[in-house]
Design a protein around this ligand. Structure first.
Ligand SMILES: [Zn+2]
Length: 461
């Protein structure tokens, strides 16, 4: 049984899929106007973890992750410029920016051993679907048109506060008034479904024809249109960073549920922030760290993955280089220990049971990692059993344990020869020569340790 914390109901619930054969899973993807920062990537690791845990429990997963290449403004309250268009003057330039940063995002996912979602739709390629949904909303009385835009009428959707749990009247009052006021906007909290090319958006580069004239979609509508296209409605799980709860996910729910009349997703999962020196990571804060920066500093990207796994996804994780060094050392120790292990055979059932319980309890990865270390330490099982079980755990952890172990098994001929020579010297009780050879082996990147019944060879990491 998998228990997940559902942000929609604010409690832990047993996960049951809608269709037994396939779990439909949507995660909000990047706005490809810049490099992703490691806080964004923490959310992507959460998405991968959800997927891997489901697969570990024998579910088949269909994962959809959108790529936002239009409509995401610099402000949440439908004002500011389009993030995609900040440094561009032509559509070609906008698409070139999108292409460049999509590529870099995908390479981050690859480096972090994040499995590719089955579908990665682009907002700009799903304009027709978005227009169709807006039309449905107008028809059902949930949306209205002004001279500047088409808005969603929040006052018509009574469960608008489902995710935030806030009082609806307070949400209405708390909504920021836009700098440029649209006299025909009914409620300050109403959000844009479609921007018309008037006034402040006259020069918007990406533009499409619509029943409301030439314009471009609001940011939230793409996720509603694309999730329903690829997963149907309702689907099983919708995930994203906690910063997306409001307004993005709140608006997604409002649009999709108003347009379709059914629930959008059964489970909503939100990953907490990653902090740097206890403050929020954002470009505007000047503490924007990318994965490339970490790689350039000599870190294994999987050390970052390991660091993310050391904290529960619903806890804030304070990033520091010291904590990353700690994670890198732990991962290297794990690899080093593993490198002396024999070929995997029958695993350790009790450890596997404990691990399954940990991950099925709302993805308790800190506990899962503690089980990994307990397993490494125990003398109860031969290394062949430990290897078998660790490789199984790695289907969830994604730390490339098997690949790394396989590589360490390819011991260079030169090292093999040194080992034989050393064994000969040791048996002849020529300890000086034996120590000298051991130092030579270490120079080649291997650690030779004597044991009661012979020796243990580890690859140095
Ligand atoms: Zn989204």
């Amino acid at each position: 049984m998998i228990k997940l914390f559902n942000s929609l109901t604010h409690k832990l619930e047993e996960f049951k899929p809608i269709k037994p054969a396939e779990v439909g899973f949507y995660i909000c993807g990047p706005t490809v106007y810049d490099y992703a920062h490691i806080g964004n990537l923490r959310s992507m690791i959460l998405g991968d973890l959800i997927r891997r845990v489901l697969e570990y429990n024998y579910f088949q997963v269909k994962q959809v992750m959108n790529i936002t290449d239009v409509g995401h403004l610099t402000s949440d309250s439908d004002t500011g410029s389009d993030k995609m268009e900040k440094n561009a003057t032509t559509a070609e330039e906008v698409y070139a920016v999108a292409k460049k940063f999509t590529k870099s995002f995908l390479s981050d996912l690859h480096a972090l051993n994040i499995k590719s979602p089955e579908v990665m739709p682009k907002a700009s390629e799903h304009i027709a679907e978005q227009i169709e949904m807006i039309q449905a909303l107008i028809k059902k009385g949930f949306a209205y048109e002004s001279d500047e835009a088409v808005y969603f009428d929040v006052s018509k959707f009574t469960s608008y506060n489902q995710l935030t749990g806030q009082n609806l009247d307070e949400m209405m009052l708390g909504a920021r008034q836009e700098v440029v006021k649209d006299p025909k906007k009914k409620n300050p909290i109403d959000f844009v479904l479609w921007f018309k090319l008037v006034g402040r958006y006259e020069n918007h580069i990406l533009r499409w024809d619509s029943p409301w004239g030439v314009g471009f979609p609001g940011w939230h509508i793409e996720c509603s249109a694309m999730s329903s296209k690829y997963l149907g409605q309702p689907f099983d799980i919708h995930a994203g960073g906690v910063d997306l709860k409001f307004p993005h996910h709140t608006n997604e729910i409002a649009q999709s549920e108003a347009a379709d009349g059914s629930k959008l997703a059964n489970f909503w999962m939100h990953g907490e922030h990653m902090l740097i020196d206890n403050s929020r990571m954002a470009k505007s804060e000047g503490n924007f760290i990318t994965l490339i920066t970490l790689i350039e500093k000599g870190f294994n990207p999987l050390a970052f993955r390991y660091l993310v796994l050391t904290s529960h996804y619903r806890s804030k994780l304070n990033f520091s280089y010291d904590s990353l060094i700690g994670a890198q050392n732990a991962l290297n120790n794990l690899y080093e220990e593993l490198s002396s292990f024999d070929e995997p055979k029958v695993g350790c059932a009790q450890f596997e049971q404990d691990f399954l319980e940990a991950i099925n309890n709302d993805l308790n990865t800190p506990k899962a990692l503690a089980i990994v270390w307990d397993l490494l330490k125990t003398e109860e099982f031969p290394t062949s059993a430990k290897a078998q079980t660790l490789f199984k755990f790695d289907e969830v952890l994604g730390l490339k344990l098997k690949e790394t172990w396989q590589k360490t098994k390819k011991i260079p001929a030169e090292v093999k020869k040194l080992i034989i020579d050393r064994e000969t010297a040791r048996k002849a009780k020529n300890f000086k020569q034996s120590d000298l050879l051991r130092a030579k082996i270490e120079k080649q990147g291997y650690l030779l340790e004597d044991t009661i019944d012979g020796y243990k060879l580890k690859k140095k990491f």
